[in-house]
Design a protein around this ligand. Structure first.
Ligand SMILES: Nc1ncnc2c1ncn2[C@@H]1O[C@H](COP(=O)(O)OP(=O)(O)O)[C@@H](O)[C@H]1O
Ligand SMILES: [Mg+2]
Length: 262
């Protein structure tokens, strides 16, 4: 069997105590999961359960205290050039055009100028930004800027894309349109994707599989296979009666239905 695109094996991450009287602090504990090549997995769980910690470990920006992280069968040791990472904030460089922003991640790679231009053009087309290529980030809407950030992320041909709440700063309508646009782009590129979200509808609308994490220290407490059609159309998928059932189930699994505080 080929190696999983992504594997976490007994991963624990402890942070040092804040002062000498405090205990070390366990963010995630013996976390195990795999993501298959081309699969889209969503990670959901209460705030502070360690979701962003998981992404930092996969990106190689942080090291596990115990356990191992593998991307395409290779253990992650240090910042990983095969992993694309996209955050809620787009982090586009304001002094560069959209085209030059998309090109950014390719600049220190061994690519010919032609190959670099071809990759940038491919992603601008795929993210429907060709008409905006020569504009600057401040001339784009929030949704267009997130598409540009995705184009930049995909331009490096990552083996795994990590999305940390990429839609959470957007208004509801932009969010829906962008979810659809991301789903189309990701399906077209075939890239393995790990999405963090606290939007349960979004998780069901976009993912092939959902992993539910517990309160800190975070562990996987449930796995849901989302065997629904419309993988490339979250708007259509979330309207399905079975999607509503998955969402209600997740609501219950996260104990959101018996909480009265916010
Ligand atoms: N570098 C760090 N040093 C100390 N504590 C951290 C650090 N990074 C994260 N934490 C703590 O670990 C826990 C998990 O954080 P995080 O992964 O950001 O959670 P989530 O993304 O699920 O909301 C939080 O309580 C957070 O305060
Ligand atoms: Mg987080």
């Amino acid at each position: 069997m080929p190696a999983a695109a992504l594997e976490l094996l007994h991963v624990t991450r402890r942070f040092p105590p804040r002062d000498r009287h405090a205990q070390p602090f366990t963010a995630i504990e013996r976390l195990n999961f795999q993501v298959a090549q081309g699969e889209f997995v969503a990670l959901v769980g209460p705030s502070g359960c360690g979701k962003s910690t998981v992404l930092n470990l996969v990106a190689g920006l942080d090291r596990p205290t115990e356990g191992q992280v593998f991307v395409s069968g290779e253990e992650v040791a240090g910042a990983n050039a095969h992993v694309g990472f996209m955050l809620q904030k787009d982090l586009l460089l304001p002094w560069r055009s959209i085209r030059r922003n998309v090109e950014f991640g390719l600049e220190n790679r061994a690519l010919s100028a032609d190959e670099r231009r071809a990759r940038v053009a491919r992603e601008l087309t795929r993210c429907r930004l060709t008409d905006y290529a020569d504009r600057y980030p401040h001339q784009l809407s929030g949704g267009q800027r997130q598409r540009a950030a995705l184009a930049r992320t995909l331009a490096i041909d990552p083996r795994v894309v990590l999305l940390d709440e990429p839609f959470s700063a957007l208004d509801a309508q932009t969010k829906l349109l962008l979810q659809k646009s991301f789903a189309e782009t990701i399906a077209a590129s075939g890239v393995t994707t790990l999405l963090i979200t606290h939007d349960l509808t979004e998780a069901v609308a976009m993912a092939d599989r959902i992993l539910v994490m517990s309160e800190r220290p975070g562990r996987i407490v449930e796995e849901l296979i989302i065997d629904l059609p419309h993988r490339d159309n979250p708007i259509a998928r979330q309207a399905l009666p079975r999607a509503r059932e998955f969402i209600a189930h997740l609501f219950h699994a996260l104990h959101l239905d018996d909480r009265i505080d916010a």
